[in-house]
Design a binder for this molecule. Structure first.
Ligand SMILES: Nc1ncnc2c1ncn2[C@@H]1O[C@H](COP(=O)(O)OP(=O)(O)OP(=O)(O)O)[C@@H](O)[C@H]1O
Length: 202
């Protein structure tokens, strides 16, 4: 079942961020949300994830589905190592070897024995990516998942994501059109609203 958003509206005090926003995300689809900084991309993801309520409008097709997310920040447990971070979210039947196999698919090596706090930003990003995709969710929501990766790792991570999200509904925020094209994604462009809701009355 597709995820459908109808006529969403979200304001923060006097600032309208989303207004009259509707979209449909079909089964087995990748959609990239693009738009200027402050256009409301993260706000939209937070509403989809149920972390924020819209002022009005509806979101359907999410209830009862397994969601997973890569947030704008990695949100890892910094004191745990890479494997420990994944073990926190996976079923016990997933072994250390299974996790290591996933890490190798995103070029993640040299992480062993170190707490995440001692790893590079790009390594942390790939741990967050594996954590989101190893659980085989129905809906994947990612806020700039390739942030901080160099061109070679970006390519590797893109291929990994495409492989893992087959037959799922995937929604990705990115600033990079080339990235959206590499995902073969549909693009939704969010437009930044006026920062003053009462502007027309002035
Ligand atoms: N909890 C909040 N309270 C008040 N204002 C907020 C809140 N969350 C977001 N905003 C405002 O809403 C607007 C949209 O923010 P949002 O983070 O959704 O934009 P974005 O498109 O994801 O931007 P970026 O590309 O910079 O991450 C911004 O002006 C932001 O300051």
């Amino acid at each position: 079942m597709a995820v459908e958003i109808i006529d969403l509206k979200k304001k923060f005090e006097q600032q309208t961020v989303l207004e009259g926003f509707s979209a449909k995300f079909g089964d087995n689809s990748i959609t990239c949300i693009m738009g200027a900084s402050g256009a409301g991309k993260t706000t939209l993801l937070n509403i989809l994830l149920g972390l924020m309520d819209p002022d009005s409008g509806t979101v359907s097709g999410i209830s009862g589905k397994r969601l997973s997310a890569v947030f704008q920040e990695d949100r890892l447990c910094e004191g745990l190592d890479a494997i420990g971070n994944i073990k926190l979210v996976v079923d016990k039947k997933i072994t250390r070897k299974d996790i290591e196999e996933e890490f190798s698919k995103v070029g993640l090596e040299d992480y062993r024995g170190k707490p995440v706090s001692e790893l590079s930003g790009g390594m942390k990003r790939r741990i967050a990516l594996v954590r989101a995709l190893i659980t085989d969710p129905d809906i994947v929501i990612m806020d700039e998942p390739l942030k901080g990766l160099d061109a070679k790792l970006k390519h590797k991570a893109t291929e990994y994501i495409k492989e893992k999200v087959k037959n799922k509904i995937t929604i990705i925020v990115t600033h990079d059109k080339a990235e959206a094209e590499a995902f073969g994604a549909e693009i939704i462009m969010l437009k930044k609203k006026s920062s003053r809701a009462d502007e027309s009355a002035c």
